[in-house]
Design a protein around this ligand. Structure first.
Ligand SMILES: NC(=O)c1ccc[n+]([C@@H]2O[C@H](COP(=O)([O-])OP(=O)(O)OC[C@H]3O[C@@H](n4cnc5c(N)ncnc54)[C@H](OP(=O)(O)O)[C@@H]3O)[C@@H](O)[C@H]2O)c1
Length: 331
């Protein structure tokens, strides 16, 4: 398994991680926990170390699932989880963000328990809390490092300015933000550049565009009733058709390489810099193997230019999240 370093002088992890979210939440079509655990075991058997979860996936059940999967295999894993988004158990659309120091400490205790571990390798703030200075939140996270409960700190969807302020309090090992052919904000808003300036690693979430960039999603009608993508702007009506036309164009380039469009999308992310680690999510061993194989694809400069011409930064029709999700981003 190829490896990459997260941040300047930071930990070494597999060059591709496994997003575990869909095993418990958001994308419907869920199989049994036993199947999901088999996927995680298969990943670890291939030398994939970086597992990504969060307390709000489920909520809470995904951490419990990952905890059961890694029981007895702790040394094979670089375990990343997140705190800070609170779901309303009565309405999954209603969310709160909490970055208060006392909440950080309590959330970490709860995650450690569910994950059945003594230490979390990488602890992210899932969304920046606009009500709490980042210095206070990161200060509380730094205390977790002092206490040995957490090894490294991360932020998710933080702006360049927030990242800079956070780094002044404690080294930040990784910024996790959406980054893929159809989600290019890290380039256009300067967060990727800030990561490079500050020696922060970059973890690319939803690198397959929540599955869309694989070309296998032909209509939202195939999604389960509770699938988040039924409400995601890029999957709606005319946006869906316009975005699919873009995927069909990259499909031709994928064919030249004898790979799938999803593998091409991952190879593109991996080729954007050695400091970037994508974490595609899947519940299936076959997809996992396909995604890992993308590590061996090397796109020529000409083909990268062809892909960039199809998917310039503003190519995608529709925003990444519905309005409430967009307003929770720190920009
Ligand atoms: N920090 C944040 O705010 C945030 C937000 C979203 C996600 N994340 C993290 O990032 C991880 C990955 O993102 P994601 O799961 O949203 O999106 P993704 O990795 O872009 O796409 C996942 C979807 O693609 C499908 N898929 C995976 N491999 C495939 C393949 N080779 N061929 C065809 N389809 C394939 C999966 O299907 P199956 O499920 O059927 O296998 C799933 O529907 C998550 O698991 C989570 O850990 C973080």
């Amino acid at each position: 398994m190829k490896t990459r370093t997260l941040g300047l002088g930071g930990p070494t992890v597999s060059a591709i991680g496994l997003g575990c979210m869909g095993m418990s939440a958001f994308y419907g079509g869920r199989g049994s926990d036993a199947e999901s655990i088999a996927v995680i075991h298969h990943a670890l058997d291939q030398g994939l170390t970086l597992l990504d979860t969060a307390d709000m996936y489920g909520p809470h059940t995904n951490e419990d699932l990952v905890g059961r999967a890694i029981d007895g295999r702790r040394d094979d894993v670089f375990l990343a989880t997140k705190f800070g988004i609170k779901l309303d158990p009565n309405d999954p659309q209603v969310r709160g963000i909490d970055g208060r120091p006392e909440y950080v400490a309590a959330a970490c205790e709860a995650s450690l328990k569910r994950l059945r571990v003594e230490t979390i390798d990488l602890y992210y703030q899932h969304r920046v809390d606009p009500q709490v200075p980042i210095e206070d939140t990161v200060g509380a996270m730094a205390r977790l490092v002092e206490q040995g409960k957490v090894r490294h700190l991360g932020l998710s969807e933080a702006s360049a300015d927030t990242l800079r302020r956070a780094c002044a309090v404690h080294p930040i090992t990784a910024l996790q933000s959406e980054y893929s052919l159809w989600s290019r904000e890290p380039e256009t808003t300067g967060t990727l550049a800030a990561c490079r300036e500050l020696g922060v690693g970059f973890v690319a979430y939803s690198p397959l565009g929540r599955g869309f960039l694989t070309g296998t999603i032909r209509t939202v009608e195939d999604f389960d009733a509770d699938d988040y993508r039924r409400h995601a702007p890029r999957f709606q009506g005319e946006n869906f058709d316009r975005n699919l036309a873009l995927v069909e164009q990259v499909q031709a380039i994928a064919q030249d390489y004898g790979v799938t469009p999803g593998q091409l999308a991952l190879a593109w992310v991996l080729g954007q810099g050695e400091d970037i680690v994508p974490i595609p999510g899947t519940k299936r061993i076959g997809y996992l193997d396909e995604n890992i194989a993308a590590l061996d694809i090397h796109l020529t400069e000409d083909d990268r230019a062809r892909i960039d011409a199809i998917f310039p930064p503003d190519a995608a029709a529709g925003t990444r999240y519905p309005a409430a999700g967009m307003s929770a981003l720190n920009r």
